[in-house]
Design a binder for this molecule. Sequence first.
Ligand code: ADP
Ligand code: MG
Length: 697
Amino acid sequence: MDRLRHTDIKFLRGMGPKRAELLDKNLGIKTFHDLLYHFPTHYIDRRSVYRIIDFAGEDMPSIQVRGRFVSFNVQGEGAKMRLVGLFSDGSGVMEVVWFQRIKSLRQLYHTATEYILFGKPSNFNGRWSMVHPEVDTPENASAQGGFRGVYPLTEQLRNRGFSSRTFANAATEILAGIRTVTETLTQQIITRHRLMGLHEALTAIHSPQTPQQLEQARFRLKFEELFYLQLDIQRYARRRNEAIKGFLFPRIGHFFNTFYSQFLPFPLTGAQKRVIKEIRADMATGRQMNRLLQGDVGSGKTLVALLCMLIALDNDAQACLMAPTEILATQHFETISSMVAPMGINVKLLTGSTRKKAREEIHSQLTDGSLHILIGTHAVIEDNVRFKNLGFIVIDEQHRFGVAQRARLWTKNVIAPHVLVMTATPIPRTLAMTVYGDLDVSVIDELPPGRKPVQTLLRYEENRFATYQGIGRQLRLGRQIYIVYPLIKENEKLDLKSLEEGYESICDTFRDYKVAFVHGQMKPQEKEYQMGLFASGEAHILVATTVIEVGVNVPNATTMLIENAERFGLSQLHQLRGRVGRGEGQSYCILMSKRKIASDTRKRLELMTSTTDGFAIAEADMQMRGPGDIEGTMQSGMPIDLHIANLATDGQIVQLARDTACEILDADPELGHPENRPLIVELANLTTRVRDWSRIS
Ligand code: ADP
Ligand code: MG
């Protein structure tokens, strides 16, 4: 494989320096190896030939047609000059258009000869045409086997005569020029999982003969990528675990036991108990815990965090909880301090707006150890905050915290504190396992009993009157209401206007009730004040932007009206909806939308009305948006680029790859055995970048 990695693509027959430069510029392909790993995104079955008479629809896929040119014409002048061929397959006629290489193509193609064209038909004013198709003779096409790969290409490459076939041919040429591609997996792995050999897989991925063969090739190549990714992650995680000492918390003592037996506000759900057990087990190993706690909104993550903090306290360590916003930090502080107050636990709140005097007191109590639990915003990771013995950190809603911020926590102690990252963003397990590297994952998959699922309704502008009547009924029952407006950066001014108008019209409509009002651009104090009005029950209605998306807990609020719901994404709608349905009463979420919306948007809104399951919504979100979006943000910073595997949809292969990597490292942690030599070599080839992301906590 080494030779392939080091041979410049310009040396390929028919390539040359100019075209090689184009390939590099457009697709980053520099070497033989790069070209072999530039895979088709999908395939056309060569045996299926379309008839022109059957062309239909606005967005036809790339297809094949078989027929003859009836005539050729050069039309237009200068830059607009084009060659137009009239092509007939007996069922109908279409135009074939070339804008480049007109002269040479005119000589190359003939009327009356049979050709197979490959391209994407488009329709202009009722006439079908194909621009720059690939043209083959039937003999040539059938010699190339059963399937034709469709490769990612840029416009510039297409204009310079590159086509999908260029890539397939180049790959064939490279593979024919070497006896065999050096295998990158060990024989043991190949036999064990019945994988296709590398040479065969690369051959088949570019020119598959049968669907089965293609499937095997894809599996082999995906497995290989994911295996090395997992091997890399696992190796780092293990090294880190060895290098870094964690706190040993063997004791369950006074604080935990007293709270559990006397002050627990409600019995724990089965899932909460299970997760606490998992965390307890981690804390008793002497290794540093790095755990991701996933639990849908309202599943009761805070209580789990509190109980685990008490374990830290029982072992003479301090605990700290970090939340992404001041509102959330304050709310956590209030909940937690009121729950543990009777036990004489010292809990303090530290945020950007903590006054100097209070701040100084916190600092001194932290260093002398008399402060047990610190709750706050990122203010808690500022440099001058020092702990006597910080043993446990909880990070709520991690997606608002950057990796770098988390890494700063490490400097707070000689021994690395245990870290629990809590999130309500449901991510399929296999995705989390890669994206978060070596974080272990716990899931709370059960809501506290007695919760009635939120009823979600889709409503349009003409239903507004009836909707307001419904809200009026809830208000008369003593319930509180959220009314949410979108606030998206690009359109700040307009959004603010609609928010303010909305606020006025709500005040007008519900004159007998008090309306609070928050948005992201308010001063923190004003925001706090307004939120406080709603949280205390003094205000009945809260008109807000998505600042309330995360964490706010007002169980008496039973109805949420989301304005312009069509402008929100699925996950965001789900997060927002999680603010209601937190108490005993039946809750409602009303999605108010324009009537005229795109069909995807409608699908999204209808899905919201049909399920409250966060994982189902996350999965649908991934399918609708394509995994690219999620992966795009998550994969940045991954140690190995994925060419073919897809973390979102190849979950089973991720699992298999991870298990295989773990088994190998169990038996040979440093990969020193001679039979594992290929793995070391390939790992070094793949991971050339420096990274510190495996210290993600
Ligand atoms: P989230 O996981 O979204 O952070 P919270 O921790 O805010 O959820 O809990 C949501 C609500 O459920 C809170 O009002 C909390 O008091 C309540 N709760 C938590 N655990 C239980 C339980 N085991 N039984 C009943 N209610 C619970
Ligand atoms: Mg929460």
